[in-house]
Structure formats: structure tokens, C-alpha cells
Design a protein around this ligand. Sequence first.
Ligand SMILES: C[S@@+](CC[C@H](N)C(=O)[O-])C[C@H]1O[C@@H](n2cnc3c(N)ncnc32)[C@H](O)[C@@H]1O
Length: 277
Amino acid sequence: MANLVAGIKSMKLYSHIDRVYNELAELGKSGDVPLTAAELSEFDQLHYHGTDAVDHAIHMIGIDKSTRVLEIGSGFGGPARHVAHNTGTRITALELQPAQNRMASELTERCGLSANLTHVCGDILTCDWQQQQFDAIVSWLAIFHIPERARLLALAGDLLSSGGVFYTEDLFSRQRFSQAERAELASGLYAGHLPDLQTYQAEFEHAGFALERVDDMSDDWTDFTTERLRDYRAGRARHVRVHGEPTYLALEEFYELVNRHFRSGKLGGIRLLARKP
Ligand SMILES: C[S@@+](CC[C@H](N)C(=O)[O-])C[C@H]1O[C@@H](n2cnc3c(N)ncnc32)[C@H](O)[C@@H]1O
């Protein structure tokens, strides 16, 4: 796992994670001051459209108090906190990177959500779940990092109760990437699996899932990442003041890279809901 953790740090979104604490200091909420999930949501969601996207999942899956949920690749813990706070359900948030997991856990504690939300640090491909079962597996912009899709989906099938669902927002390849583009995505985005749309769906079906809903998010996410980059650059003076120049530049580089690949028409976005029969 140490190699995986070291490798994924090539993605600039995962460096300078102290930026969360810088934002909290701006809000006057340093130290162990109690927080709410809503106060964090401007900067703890590492996917597109923040909590609106999470609300969409809650609605599509029909998550309520009794749904046992596992999130794969939970990052700073933002989506899992939003689910726990808004549905009252129990959720397990799995995150590969120890530093992110520690911070996520600390923030969850400060939000008073630890009874509902359990943070686990590990690689989904090697975690031992001790016969635990879930009704829903959810994941936002994480599974493209994981190269072994067939193994991942077989594991997911084992973890889900019958009738359980796999919901993901993820990336795919709309057109063939050149070798240079692949190399850039492998490092800058730590992309481990970017199949075309047909293959993406066939892999779920092969693993025994029934596809209930597939949305191509590519155009929407192209616009989203364009606006994100524009707004981030427009706020440069503020961001440099709050975070310092190195953090500003690292995130700007990341936002530019992602947006460039969406704008080329080659990087695509997918939202998928699949059910284990
Ligand atoms: C782009 S972030 C998204 C975080 C969160 N889902 C969100 O939307 O705020 C993807 C996360 O997946 C994690 N990840 C990647 N591979 C993983 C694996 N094999 N097992 C568990 N987590 C993984 C990364 O460390 C990263 O924090």
C-alpha cells in the first residue's frame, strides 16, 4: 500500500491538504471548535457540483436511515459526512491515503457525526471486511484510480447484499488518448483505468450487475471544470493570501490539466447506477 500512496501523490489535488485548515482559519474555526458538515462543504468535496451531486445519489439510490452504505475513495470525508448528516444512516468511508483519512476522521468528530460515520484507511482491493455487507456502494471520482476493474467489481459484488446497488461518478475515455496524453493522465490524474463508454458498461454487466441508469456527464463536467479554473484564477489574490503561492500553483496546475483533457473531447464523465440482482 505504501507504493500506491506514494504514487497517487503525483496528483496535485492530493498535495497541500492543509488547505482545509487554512479555510477553517478563515472562518474563525481553528483548533477543535465544533463544525457542521455544511460549513465544510465548500472545500471538502473533491468531485463536481459538490453536495448537489451527493444529494442526487441519495435520491437515486433512495438512501434512508436503514441503508448500510460504503464509500470507496472518501477523500476528505465530505460526501460521507453529507450523507450521514442528511439521512441519519450509517456509512463506512474507505480512503487509501492515511493523511486524508486522519483529517477526514478528525473533521467528522468535530461535526459530531462519528456515531454514524466510520472512517477506514486502506485499499479497497486488499481490505478485509470480515463478512460485512452493504446495501449501497457509492464512489465519486475514485474508481478510475484503480487499475483492476474486474477485481474491484467482483469484490463489490461480494460486499453487496442481494438487490444492493453500486453508484459511481467516474471518468472514461471518449476518444483514444495519444501515448503522451496517457502518460500525463497516469501521473497528473493518477488514472489507472479509463475504458471507453461501451467497455465501461460491459465490465459492470460482466461482473453480474444490471445497469439501471447511465448518464454521460462529459459536456456538463467540461463546463464545470472550465468555470472552476476561471473562478480559481480570478480569485488568485485571495487564494495566495489564505494558502500561500505553492498551494495556489499546485491546484491551478491540477485544475488546468483536468479541464484541458475534458476540453479536448477525449476525457469523459459518467454517472452510473447498477444493481446486484
Ligand atoms: C478525487 S478523490 C474523491 C474523494 C471523495 N470521493 C470526494 O468526492 O470528495 C478520490 C479518492 O479516492 C482514493 N482512492 C484511490 N484509490 C483507492 C483505493 N484503491 N482504495 C481506497 N481509496 C482509493 C484517493 O486516495 C482519493 O482520496
